[in-house]
Design a protein around this ligand. Structure first.
Ligand SMILES: [Fe+2]
Ligand SMILES: [Fe+2]
Length: 331
């Protein structure tokens, strides 16, 4: 009986995937619904239409039939393997029918960065807490400068391992607060977790360009252990100072990426082709270069700067984050 059920489940999954049309599968409905939402909303920052247009490259469109068949077979195989638990990812494809290669993010999570954001904005420290936050960040910059000097690739990779922590800590604490107080968060949990995910994607991109050495991995372990706990305690004690510190850290990140771009312009750092993950995540042209990637990452950092200074300002006004609209999807 058990065997029969198993084989019939496997057959069902196989048939679903063989249809080749994700809209025909029950499992695909959430994805189809998401696409429909994006279509009706006109998309987020360029939206689904943009993705459809840009994700298809001429080279992939000309993919030989044999390779396409092989790719399809591999997808079917993986679906069958996981079907026992009823979990399988529907076929996600680009417009030209080629498989979506990433499991870590989906096409509707990609976006076109807003490069017109003002990079020069700065929050002038107004009170004692602001000054403490500002000085703390300036102090943290000294050992960073001494350790990395102008090795901006390595510097960015290492700092992104830290940059992805505050959003996760803040999101987690707001989540717990929402549970404790039986109240909604006004979207801020999601907004902060989105920031953490965005920072993690910066890291996933940088690691394609710079391979961490064993002692750098060790340093990340140590720094994460200290920073996570320190930021956790700080956020519990004073979310307004915690967000202000992150705001200033983001200002420093903008500065570092600007220096990185200067070295790319001068030729001190080679302007290599952009990693494939970056091209898909930021919807960059297929021939994008490292300079394009650093430019969009810098724009992301400017958005994080604004979100965190905004969050701190809300607290300074004696309000809670949930009293103000959460900047969802704001990269
Ligand atoms: Fe970042
Ligand atoms: Fe950032």
């Amino acid at each position: 009986m058990k065997l029969l059920a198993l084989s019939s489940a496997a057959r069902r999954a196989l048939l679903n995937s063989r249809n080749g049309n994700r809209h025909s599968s029950a499992l695909a409905r959430p994805f189809a619904a998401e696409e429909a939402r994006l279509l009706s909303a006109g998309g987020v920052k360029g939206g689904f239409f943009y993705w459809k247009r840009t994700m298809a490259s001429p080279a992939e469109a000309k993919m030989p039939e044999k390779e396409k068949e092989k790719e399809k077979e591999e997808t079917e195989k993986s679906v069958v393997e996981s079907s026992y638990w009823g979990i399988s990812r529907p076929r996600v494809v680009r417009e030209d029918g080629t498989e979506w290669p990433w499991n870590c993010f989906m096409p509707w999570e990609t976006y076109r960065p807003n490069l017109s954001i003002d990079l020069t904005k700065h929050h002038v420290p107004r009170n004692f807490q602001d000054k403490v936050a500002f000085r703390t960040v300036k102090l943290l910059r000294i050992p960073t400068d001494m350790f990395f000097k102008r090795r901006y690739g390595c510097r960015a990779m290492m700092l992104e391992t830290v940059a992805a922590v505050p959003g996760m800590v803040g999101g987690m604490l707001l989540h717990l607060k929402s549970l404790r107080k039986f109240q909604h968060s006004g979207g801020w949990i999601k907004a902060l977790l989105e920031e953490a995910e965005n920072e993690r994607m910066h890291l996933m991109t940088m690691v394609e360009l710079v391979k961490p050495k064993w002692y750098e991995r060790l340093l990340v372990l140590a720094v994460q252990g200290v920073f996570f706990n320190a930021f956790f305690v700080l956020y519990v004690l004073s979310p307004k100072v915690a967000h202000r510190i992150v705001g200033y850290l983001e200002e420093e990140a903008i500065h570092s990426y600007t220096e990185y771009l200067k070295d790319l312009d001068s030729g001190a750092i080679e302007n290599v082709p952009a990693p494939a993950i970056a091209i898909d995540y930021w919807r960059l042209p297929k021939d994008a270069k490292l300079k394009d990637v650093i430019t969009v990452i810098r724009a992301d950092e400017a958005h994080h700067r604004d979100v965190n200074h905004f969050a701190s300002d809300i607290h300074f006004q004696g309000k809670e984050l949930r009293d103000a609209p959460a900047p969802l999807g704001y990269h």
